[in-house]
Ligand binder design. Structure first.
Ligand SMILES: Nc1ncnc2c1ncn2[C@@H]1O[C@H](COP(=O)(O)OP(=O)(O)O)[C@@H](O)[C@H]1O
Ligand SMILES: [Mg+2]
Length: 252
């Protein structure tokens, strides 16, 4: 089954075409890598899928239905969650509360009530329990009472993933989750992303760490100057001449 489809999707900012007629298909339970030099349009694609921008042209389909122009909170409720390239956490809240917020976007309870009142309601307890399970899943169980801002960079990235998972997504978009991580942290993250997929989620992964991308993705799509220049298995992508040229162009 196709979870996400981008059909000739274009995003223009004034005179700049950041994304130009891009087609993408994500099948259920697949990990698709989205790579390309800085400025290629990767984050812009995430912003269109999550309702931050409405495409200038083309269609985005989620589970077969067009989602162009839908508001972010509605897309979260439909089952699309993401992390951000620039970490967005509530630094002055605890690790646990950051994840509980992720759980509340899909519940009817009042968020601020939830953070200040005693967790009397069954709904509250359920959200807290689930939040703890996601923290454990991401290796952060021991940190639940720390303030988010006191976590290391790598821990904050994992916390963002735990928070995204708390909204119970079908589709998870990860924007450079390994940025700032050391090689050991990156390898541990790779295993966690695999286990998230094994839970049944579908994942779109933007990442510069090629070991991570090539080690984990079923397929990889490559963007350059807003256009998709290649799409294939990691093996096919690594030997693709257009891809190699795009990356050499960046280095030089
Ligand atoms: N809100 C915006 N207004 C104007 N230009 C933008 C905006 N967002 C992104 N861009 C431009 O679109 C291009 C693609 O950016 P981005 O999607 O962030 O690339 P990537 O994530 O691949 O590094 C860049 O040239 C960037 O400057
Ligand atoms: Mg980006």
């Amino acid at each position: 089954m196709v979870v996400l489809e981008l059909n000739e999707v274009t995003m223009r900012f004034g005179g700049l075409t950041a994304v130009n007629r891009v087609n993408l298909l994500l099948n259920e339970n697949e990990i698709l890598g989205l790579i390309g030099p800085n400025g290629a349009g990767k984050t812009t694609i995430f912003n269109m899928i999550t309702g931050i921008y409405t495409p200038s042209a083309g269609k985005i389909l989620f589970q077969g239905k067009e989602i162009n122009g839908l508001k972010s909170y509605l897309l979260t409720r439909k089952g699309i969650a993401r992390t951000f390239q620039n970490i967005r956490l509530f630094g002055e809240l605890t690790v646990l509360d950051n994840v509980k917020i992720g759980g509340h976007v899909r519940s009817k309870g009042n968020l601020f009530g939830a953070l200040t009142r005693l967790p009397a309601m069954a709904e509250e307890r359920r959200i807290a329990e689930k939040a703890r399970s996601f923290l454990a899943f991401m290796g952060l169980a021991a940190k639940e009472q720390e303030l988010a801002r006191n976590l290391s960079y790598g821990e904050q990235r994992r916390l963002e993933i735990a928070r995204a998972m708390a909204s119970d997504p079908t589709l998870l978009l990860l924007d450079e989750p390994a940025a700032g991580m050391n090689p050991q942290e990156t390898m541990a993250l790779m295993e966690m992303i695999r286990r998230i997929r094994d839970k049944g989620l579908t994942i779109l992964l933007v990442e510069h760490d090629m070991k991570l991308v090539m080690g984990i993705c079923d397929r990889v799509a490559v963007l350059d100057y807003g256009e998709k220049i290649a799409d294939g298995t990691p093996k096919e992508i690594q030997s693709n001449q257009r891809v190699i040229a795009a990356y050499l162009g960046e280095a030089g």
